[in-house]
Design a protein. Sequence first.
Lengths: 279, 259
Amino acid sequence: MRGDRDLGGGRVLVHRHGLPVRAAHWLNALAFAVLLLSGLQILCAHPAFYLGEASRFSAPVAAIATTAAPDGASRGRLQILGWRLDTTGVLGASRDPSGQWTARAVPGWATLPSELNLGAGRRWHFFFAWVFVLNGLLYLAGGILSGRLRRTLAPGWGELRAIGPAIAAHLRLRFAHGEEARAYNVLQKLAYLGVVLALCPLMALTGLAMSPTIDARLHGLTVILGGRQTARTLHFLTAGALVLFLTVHLAMVVLAGPLNEMRAMLTGWMVIRTGRKAR
Amino acid sequence: MTPSGQSRRRWLGAASASLLGAGAAGCDQVTRSPAVNRTLGAAETLNRRLQGLLAGSRTLAREYPASAISPDFRANGTTAPDSDAYRALAADGFRTWRLEIGGLVRRPLSLSLDELRAAPGRTQITRHDCVEGWSGVAGWTGARLGPLLERAGLLPQARYIALFCADTLELTLDGTGDYYETISIADAFHEQTILAYAMNGAALPVPHGAPVRLRLERQLGYKMAKYVMRLEAVADFAHLGRGQGGYWEDRGYQWYAGI
């Protein structure tokens, strides 16, 4: 890590993220965006989820349906188990750019390509799946071999014992701007660990299990995941968890000082406030 | 809200809408670019080669017990070809139907359903994965394609088997709207590659592709052509349909459907 640069007035520029982390972060952001939007495109082809090996069409565990109202207008509905939500305007039925109502599971502004095109969606998805996996493997390998992953993301026992106060401070939107900002807080560590060690690998594994040839060679993987249709449902649930993470992540970036945070992840350097002179 | 607040809100709304619109239009330009799509296609080649190395030419797709058979296996795509010729064949129980096997072979064949039933066959209960995302388990009985091709004697230049079908999905002037598929010779000789004439113990019904449909168990469903009328061994498929190796491939799907 480079040395601090004193900016005067109690402000110091610290080197927060190295180039490998920054590069991996932004490449992953791009890959995730494309995978998410092309994934939603693919979902439009059959917007229903099942469990087990095969699909029981009469009993999906979740589905996005398009129905017709008594007056003939299209209505959209999300159903999860027994629960139903009218989602007209977004899921199931939405307006296209010309204002026309169309029956689509996911609206055009949330799919890649925007028009319904399963073949193209799959093309984008499988290309960026490689970007995602190779970038992820490089990031994990580099992080594990260099010890960086353990140094920056492994929480200490003291931190874990004090998780209660950490959550309280988090909920009160108290952010670290001083010396503590040189490192992740315990909630960040747990969240990031969950993402890089659990959610992202699960995305890749559930994706692989859906490939008929991979399934032929490694059917054990499909079995562990609960069957091909469970793997597919898990694929989307995990993606949903990642979207949830992303929402909180972006909100925190904005609330903690977006300019400083973006500078840190783009240039590597971050401003922290310290009463003392730079180290 | 004050009048200036309202107009500021409207301006912000209009600005974001036009930014999003410009972004979406820009995205559409990128997604429609042939050069971009060619680059993306590199992943298909990589997957085909890697999966070929991983799975080899002989690994079998998982087979299931009869208890796993889906009661509601969906009939997808065409469920009844609407040509007079097909209807006449079906009305007659496909007694006059003949499977032509030609192209780059030494001995072109013309086989009836009975001859197919007498050929080396296989029964397999497998899971069908549709490109749309759903799966169904069914039992298929059919003639193995490998022995049929050996009987016909493939010429060394043959690299693909093209299957031509009775169903037309798109009305065209040049006939490129008829369903067809192409598979590699290696896939054609796979143990589980059969021309199925029976499903779940009964004769293959019309919605599922009577008289025969292809089973290619390590790839997605659209490769498994229904209503097969003739096979042709070819050196390449650029001159078939719109040149991409299948009806759906001509319309943007991947030729290699192992993923």
